[in-house]
Design a binder for this molecule. Structure first.
Ligand SMILES: [Zn+2]
Length: 436
């Protein structure tokens, strides 16, 4: 073990040490939408449209962030939404590549991301068409490619988001109990419908053999708990996740069934099992439905839901990320008051260098190294490469400033301490929190 203490006058040495430590630290990617190949391999976007594992150039270029961006360059008056959606995936990718990468400069973060991915994979990102990339990706097999991407991204585990209310995915779990045995992946039980639309969720649960009632009467509480236990067991889920609806409040006088779901079902089951509840707060779906997945926005939400949950359920643990920039400061302040909150990630529209820098700086100043600064939210395997490449650099740059300030104040910053902080931020804070 080295215990080198930094020379307070040598900023270059500090910078090198921090960048090296952050680059070398494996990250546990605590929230993604990437699936193990056992859930079906999309074949690089070419062979199996039902496969849940998405990877390859056509998927990368048709990421929903880039779909939104191409409609700003080629507006719907020139190419209608229907015309776009009626094209094949390859035609959509060709359209986006031409307009965002060849005839325009890919200055957006989503655009730069594709460039970083291609470069880090050893490809020239300056091709005028996608054919050379398609040829290269067609020569990869998904299983080996996952290893390659995880190595390039420095990711030691990919945490999936597993949608129990998706018929397609649920049937896979029922048919193949070993579906999540791939040691590179871990499962998370996503249960939005239970909280967002109880009558529809109750209908599904009855179809699956649970004796529940729309009015929460009779056996409903016990049966919802049985449902949660069954699926936590089946998935070996390490936490439960919910993207909350707009205007989410707790308690909410307008949604008595949601209060009951939280108080009588979800919190007791999770406390008993020692599993956290991850809340993703602040998305509003479909303000432009014609854009499909690309049509959502983020909006400011009421922080009281977070502190009411943390205070009301001290035996439960809450992972919290919020989508609005406006909520970030108050979320940090609330997390100072409750050790059962783990603040995580710079989500979706916050996943831009200027905002990651601002938010990470604020969190370090208010919380010290007790949060999880980032998750990739990748939907396409290859995105792990750019999301972690870009975020690691920003996290390191922020840490360098903070260490420099500490050194100036007289504190001896050692290499071991820098490595410990990188380990906490990129992996262990999350691991400790889910273990309880
Ligand atoms: Zn997500």
């Amino acid at each position: 073990m080295t215990t080198t203490t930094l020379d307070p006058t040598d900023r270059a040495a500090l910078s090198q040490m921090v960048h090296d430590a952050v680059a070398a630290q494996p990250v546990t990617d605590l929230h993604t939408h990437v699936y193990a190949p056992s859930f079906g391999d999309s074949g690089g976007g070419q062979t199996n449209p039902d496969g849940l594992l998405l990877w390859g150039i056509d998927e990368l270029v048709t990421y929903h962030y880039l779909i939104a961006e191409v409609f700003r360059v080629v507006p719907p008056s020139e190419l209608s939404y229907d015309q776009y959606w009626n094209m094949s995936k390859q035609q959509q990718a060709d359209h986006i590549w031409k307009h965002l990468f060849v005839e325009n400069t890919p200055l957006s973060e989503a655009g730069r991301g594709v460039v970083t991915c291609l470069s880090r994979l050893g490809l020239d990102p300056n091709e005028k068409t996608l054919e050379p990339y398609r040829k290269w990706f067609s020569e990869q097999d998904a299983d080996g490619y996952i290893d390659r991407v995880m190595e390039l991204a420095g990711v030691d585990s990919i945490i999936m988001t597993n949608e129990v209310f998706s018929d397609h995915e649920r049937e896979m779990w029922v048919e193949n109990p070993a579906i999540a045995d791939d040691p590179r992946f871990e499962a998370v039980l996503r249960i939005d419908k239970l909280l967002v639309d109880w009558p529809a969720a109750a209908h599904d649960l009855r179809e699956w053999g649970y004796d529940v009632d729309d009015d929460f009467a009779g056996n409903t509480v016990d049966e919802v708990k049985r449902f949660l236990h069954d699926w936590l067991d089946r998935m070996r889920a390490i936490y439960v996740a919910t993207s909350t609806p707009p205007g989410f409040a707790y308690p909410d006088p307008d949604h008595p069934e949601r209060n009951k779901m939280i108080e009588q079902c979800l919190m007791p089951v999770l406390a008993q099992r020692g599993i956290p509840w991850a809340l993703m707060i602040g998305s509003k779906r479909g303000i432009n439905p014609a854009l499909r997945d690309a049509g959502d926005i983020g909006q400011k939400e009421n922080i009281s839901a977070v502190y009411n949950l943390a205070a009301g359920f001290p035996d439960n643990r809450f992972m919290v990320t919020m989508l609005a920039r406006e909520n970030q400061h108050e979320l940090c302040v609330v997390a100072r008051k409750f050790g059962n909150i783990l603040v995580f990630g710079c989500w979706w529209f916050l996943n831009n260098p200027s905002l990651i820098d601002e938010i990470t700086r604020m969190r370090l100043e208010l919380l010290g190294p007790t949060f999880a600064p980032q998750h990739s939210d990748a939907r396409i395997l290859d995105q792990l490469v750019y999301k972690w490449d870009h975020s690691r650099r920003i996290i390191a740059d922020v840490l360098i400033d903070k260490y420099a300030d500490l050194i100036q104040a007289g504190y001896a910053v050692s290499e071991d301490a820098v490595k410990r902080d990188a380990r906490l931020l990129l992996r262990d804070n999350f691991r400790t929190f889910v273990r309880g």
